[in-house]
Design a protein around this ligand. Structure first.
Ligand SMILES: [Zn+2]
Ligand SMILES: [Zn+2]
Length: 393
């Protein structure tokens, strides 16, 4: 059934009641007809089944004062057969120009400032998303967001890595093609008329919606629930995906990969994938924001006299650092551009901390030289300032 049919369809006629019938009259007429054409009472009679569907559908609309009002308004606006969907209609969304209908100014979507405003939006929102008798033309649904974790090596985190992620997610049930119905012909949910959402009241030009409680937001109700998925239309599926983790992630960072979550349903977009990254420690390098850190041992002679010191980098050739004469223990120097990769592709720095190493055992010529050095510096008291300061305080 097309939307045009829907507008043209006379639900009052279907139930055999006048246009000004009361709620009680509609209820009574529906009950009588439903009993008469119920499939249980008409086994194998497809005509009766069709009629029963039609009756249910009419009752869904006329039995609900809000939907009945929408229906009446839509029919009053477009008349019988006066409505013609524009080109491009039929794929589920409607494409027409309100300006044509209301003499301009309305614009697309009908939420303009004029007197029609929300009223027309309500009509279109309520009726045009409704779908057909078979209930196959309901709104697309976005796939679920998925949370997962991955552990990277220190280097992978700095450089970025493509890692396989095994994920389980909900996907449309294969047995029923995601309809939830054994025969693949679920009914459009009467509560939300297939939108999967119900209004939570509105104010000031926008309205809030909640997932429909009756169909759990699916827009469909399975009368003969699929045995595989028990009517949910969903199945658990697991898959392995190659996921690119960008360079420069830090331990416990949660990154979002747009569109890599569960696939959408009925043409809806996929959800997002959230990956919490754990990063293993490195035996040599550490990390401080965009910078890498490393501690480099130097001899007393190198620190005192100055010299050139080779320093390893992560994943690249070593760099040579000039140590100025008289470099104190613990001084940190900077090798520019040898750090972690930033978002913009540039790199932070490598922070090199100098650590004067003391030999455990000194023998031979080195021992002689060191003894001579001690004698040469016997006059100097390295603790003189310390004691001076201790006294002063
Ligand atoms: Zn619903
Ligand atoms: Zn199923």
């Amino acid at each position: 059934m097309s939307t045009k049919d829907f507008i043209e369809k006379d639900y009052y006629k279907v139930l055999g009641v006048p246009k000004d019938a009361t709620e009680a009259e509609i209820k009574k007429a529906y009950r009588k007809l439903a009993r008469e054409f119920h499939p249980d009472a008409n086994k194998g009679n497809t005509k009766a089944e069709e009629r029963f569907k039609e009756i249910s559908e009419a009752n869904d609309i006329l039995g609900d004062p809000k939907k009945r009002k929408e229906y009446d308004e839509a029919r009053a606006l477009f008349g019988n057969g006066g409505f013609r969907p524009g080109p491009g209609a039929g794929g589920g969304s409607f494409n027409f120009d309100l300006g044509d209908l209301f003499g301009g100014g309305g614009g697309q979507g009908g939420q303009g400032s004029g007197g029609f405003g929300g009223g027309i939006g309500d009509v279109f929102g309520g009726l045009f998303n409704r779908g057909g008798t078979g209930g196959t033309r309901v709104q697309p649904r976005r796939g679920q967001d998925i949370d997962t974790e991955v552990t990277l090596s220190f280097t992978e985190a700095i450089e970025g890595a493509t890692v396989p992620l095994r994920m389980s997610s909900q996907s449309p049930c294969k047995a029923c093609s995601g309809t939830g119905d054994k025969n693949g012909t679920p009914r459009v949910c009467p509560t939300c008329v297939g939108t999967g959402q119900v209004a939570r009241g509105s104010g000031g030009g926008f309205s809030l919606t909640d997932p429909c409680p009756d169909c759990k937001g699916r827009g469909l109700i399975a009368e003969h629930p699929c045995l595989d998925c028990k009517g949910s239309g969903r199945a658990k599926s697991s898959r392995t995906m190659q996921v690119r983790i960008p360079a420069g992630v830090t331990d416990n960072q949660r990154i979002r990969l747009r569109g890599k979550g569960a696939p959408g349903e009925r043409g809806g977009p996929a959800g997002d994938l959230y990956v919490t990254v754990h990063v293993d420690a490195h035996p040599v390098f550490g990390r401080k924001d965009d910078n890498l850190t490393v501690t480099v041992p130097v001899t007393f002679a190198e620190a005192a006299l100055g010299g050139e010191v080779r320093v390893p980098t992560l994943g690249g050739p070593p760099v040579t650092l000039k140590l100025p004469p008289g470099t104190p223990n613990g001084r940190t120097m900077r090798a520019r551009g040898k750090g972690a990769v930033r978002k913009d592709g540039t790199r932070g720095d490598l922070l090199v901390t100098v650590e004067v190493s003391v030999p455990k055992d000194v023998t031979g010529k080195a021992r002689e030289a060191l003894q001579a050095y001690r004698e040469a510096t016997a006059e100097e008291d390295p603790r003189a300032e310390l004691f001076q300061a201790a006294k002063g305080a």
